[in-house]
Design a binder for this molecule. Structure first.
Ligand code: PRP
Length: 183
């Protein structure tokens, strides 16, 4: 696949991630936070965001797999897919979240099903606060009402790859966010 089109350049991403890091730094001034990345797509966003957060910060990761009949990559590209929103934990966090400031870090908010499930799961662990940072947001796809607290870019309903996002596990290492043509 060669005809990827750049939607958001690496420079625009770097600028916006810096702004989000500054917002988080300001909002949690004097406090410590846990940046909790949702594998795998958030890994690159988390590593860049973390370097703009001037706080006492630690990392953790949670691994999830969504239930539902995930179609072949080709048909997912064409029509997308919606999971049931029920999530199987592949990797839980390594620590207690009780009384901690937790920022869930995602590459993209789409239907909102995954993040709604994760928020409910993690709220049961009684964090002091639980916020959502997402580089991308596709509000037109939302099935459950969900707002990110720190959102990089709102984008249209395009199939995007790069900067952590994949098509059949490829392209996560692209520096720009690119659109995969549907036809
Ligand atoms: C993507 C993304 C979010 C979720 C968003 O993960 O990273 O976790 O889908 O979709 P939703 O809002 O419709 O629930 P994916 O299952 O593709 O895994 P990955 O991060 O390993 O690529």
């Amino acid at each position: 696949m060669t005809d990827l089109k750049v939607l958001i350049t690496r420079d625009a991403i770097a600028k916006r991630v810096g702004e989000l890091g500054a917002d988080i730094t300001k909002d949690f001034s004097g406090q410590s936070i846990i940046l909790l990345g949702v594998l795998k797509g958030a890994a690159i966003f988390l590593s860049d965001l973390a370097r703009h957060v001037k706080l006492d910060a630690t990392f953790d990761f949670i691994g999830v797999s969504s239930y539902g009949n995930r179609p072949s990559p080709a048909s997912e590209l064409k029509s997308g897919w919606d999971s049931t929103g029920e999530v199987r934990l592949l990797k839980d966090v390594d620590q207690s979240l009780k009384d901690k400031n937790v920022i869930l870090v995602e590459d993209i908010l789409d239907t909102g099903l995954t993040m709604t499930y994760l928020k409910k799961l993690l709220m049961a662990r009684q964090p002091r606060s639980l916020k959502v940072a997402a580089l991308l947001d596709k509000p037109s796809r939302r099935k459950l009402p969900l707002e990110g607290d720190y959102v990089g870019f709102k984008i249209p309903d395009e199939f995007v790859v790069g900067y952590g996002l994949d098509y059949a596990e490829k392209y996560r290492n692209l520096a720009d966010i690119c659109v995969v043509p549907r036809e």
